[in-house]
Ligand binder design. Sequence first.
Ligand SMILES: [Zn+2]
Length: 491
Amino acid sequence: MPATTLSPQVLAKYEPVIGLEVHVQLLTATKAFCGCRNHFGSEPNTNICPVCLGLPGALPVLNSKAVAFATLASLALNCEVRERSIFARKNYFYPDLPKGYQISQFDKPLAEHGWIDVPAADGKTKRIGITRLHMEEDAGKSIHDGLADSATRTNLDLNRCGTPLAEIVSDPDVRTPDEAFEYLTRLKEILLYCGVSDCNMEEGSLRCDANVSVRLKGAPEFGAKVEVKNVNSFRFIRAALEYEIERQIEVLESGGRNVQETRLWNADEGRTYLMRSKEQAHDYRYFPEPDLPPLVLTREYIQRKRAELPELPEARRARMIAEYELAQQDAFTLTAEREFADRFEAAARTARNPRRVANLLLSELGGRLKALGLEQEQSPVSMAGVVQAADLLDEGKISSRQLKQLFDVCFERGEDFAAVYEREKPRQITNTGAIEALIDEVITANPKQVEQYRGGKKTLAAFFVGQVMKATKGQANPALLNELVVKKLDG
Ligand SMILES: [Zn+2]
């Protein structure tokens, strides 16, 4: 059923209600309840032991690093951290869950009542509530394809069993697929800044399920919610939600009724498919985990974790916009990754003009990288190279045209700026007499512009500078040239 036939008027009658559940693997060296290595990509079934396999008599011991990471994430997401939380067994059978239950948290999760601010359509920000963040363990993996015997068997890799997870559940505050995208983007950014997860979606360290329902605008009750599972990129989540909202509205418009069910997103076809209906839904029979005591965190511990929080992306952007006079979008580019933002700021602080470093990074370097489809870390010009170029420009030792040429050489040869500059150091005309002679020629050749300048149109100085630069193939010392042009014109 193509869900694109609805008119804007029909769509406008309805309001989508969206909630997001994110599972994020914590970046601990070992698993949540045993000493097995927590590592993606190991040989199947090599990082396992009696505890994470749930063999009889094996007892779990909580990994304190997992608690530290989950607490940091909770605080970064503005949650209240509970001083006493309870682990619970979530019982279900699945081949990749040999214990027959997952250790999770149920009615007393680690943290609650947080929020993330996202940009809203009206240009303001909108606060999306976070219901809870709780700790749990991951299950193993069923491998249905890619192996020699995949046609006849499903293989199991239990390495992932017991990997520590934080599950982050939003309030049903999200109203559009775009808000969902923004929420997830910011959530991921915050988690990366805190260093608690690598958030690698391809490797499954960050996974997202979305709950979506639609109701007539102003209706007091929610519609039946559909859970969309197995979506492995934020762009796909947005597309899946767009599809689902229209599909559900179409059902209502044709006199039907939506039912609570779980659906899968098929990215190739751009649509969702029914996976299971509510009738087949699980009853997990939660009860407190008898093998683990309550998790008790002192107020001092929580305070210490709060003090460990780094400057978070939103705050950093606001500061950098003020400090480097950046546009909002440029601030996003520079802060997208904490490691890059750190390198930029460390370098910019050594430069004569930090703002110029930001500008060069965004324009000259960013433009070339984008054109070649390269990532920042693949740039031939290092951060130190950008600083050197910015300083030379600032001191008037090279013109912006020369800088462009030097950057071109860097990219052609894959060399850093320092090496290229040392070898191809542009010859500069710094001889006052020579420059003055050229300025005189330009003045003689352009009497009309001279008249306009002297009549008050001072911005025309740039025209004369440009003409002399052209005549010298960009080799006139820019600072000296600027000075002499104004002197001649005013003289
Ligand atoms: Zn283990």
